[in-house]
Design a protein around this ligand. Structure first.
Ligand code: NDP
Length: 251
């Protein structure tokens, strides 16, 4: 699916994986409001993607909305090529596509493990891999990878997810060191409990117990994570940071 709108000059082009819902959607809308042209991908929900694309157009920005499975490296590479061809050089990328398959390790199926690692960590690798050469050649760019507090502290029942999200932090710190001299910044946001479809998919009992542990006493909103993403997109001297957005959950 593709949609375009016409307009004033943008500060750049932003790519967002998993931009049709939740935190990715909020990042799309925030960066569009900040003046970026937008290319985002989704996996299944074409209707949700179309609604988001319309909102970007209404904000006066150009938009490309494409169905891409981030576990497919070739498809991600093609998405990057198409974005640069249609919208111009990518200046910011946000890797928000993610899934959970919660289960105690003793009961975990191989497929639960691989789906979660391949989507959350593999998806970050694929998009950053496709963008790192063009960005270093242009001597500038900003990669913002979405991890989780699970990747910092570990969450029982989420060994697969915690491993993937911890992997994103190690990956991003290493890449920030590799690419800093080329002006490419790499940062991580690590949300706590955020009010999205992912949180709604947890069992009510687990959700209730989890939220009781949050000192701010409520889940975060996707827009509150997007605020941090908008900040990191502009923060020229911030690289290698892991910004926790968790209502003090981690204290
Ligand atoms: P949602 O379930 O609300 O949205 C997930 C998005 O990712 C959708 O747009 C979905 O597209 C897309 N997606 C999933 N798998 C793929 C895939 N293989 N290829 C392309 N797109 C895919 O999730 P959230 O917004 O809650 O989560 C966003 C990120 O934030 C994730 O990385 C998650 O791990 C992280 N996070 C979330 C927290 C929370 O409490 N919500 C807490 C900490 C981190 P479609 O709908 O078409 O399938």
């Amino acid at each position: 699916m593709r949609a375009t709108g016409e307009t004033m000059a943008a500060p750049g082009v932003a790519m967002i994986s998993g931009g049709s819902r939740g935190i990715g959607r909020a990042a799309v809308l925030r960066l569009a409001r900040d003046g970026y042209d937008i290319s985002f991908c989704y996996r299944h929900d074409e209707h949700a993607a179309l609604m988001v694309a319309k909102q970007v157009e209404a904000a006066g920005r150009r938009v490309l909305a494409i169905r891409v499975d981030v576990t497919d490296r070739a498809a991600v590479q093609l998405w990057v090529q198409r974005t640069e061809q249609d919208l111009g050089p990518v200046t910011v990328a946000v890797t928000s596509a993610g899934v959970i398959r919660d289960r105690a390790l003793a009961l975990m199926e191989d497929d639960d493990w691989h789906q979660v690692i391949d989507t959350n960590l593999g998806g970050v690798y694929h998009l950053c891999r496709a963008l790192v050469l063009p960005m270093t050649r242009r001597r500038g760019g900003c990669l913002i990878n979405v991890s989780s507090v699970a990747g910092v502290y570990g969450v029982p029942g989420q060994t697969n997810y915690s491993a993937a999200k911890a992997g994103i932090i190690g990956f991003s710190r290493a890449l920030a060191k590799e690419t800093g001299r080329y002006g490419v910044r790499v940062n991580v946001v690590a949300p706590g409990y955020i009010d999205t479809g992912m949180l709604a998919s947890m069992s009510p009992a687990v959700r209730e117990k989890s939220l009781q542990a949050v000192p701010l006493g409520r889940p975060g909103q996707p827009d509150e994570v997007a605020d941090a993403i908008g900040y990191l997109a502009q923060a020229g001297y911030v690289s290698g940071a892991v910004l926790q957005i968790d209502g003090a959950l981690s204290l």
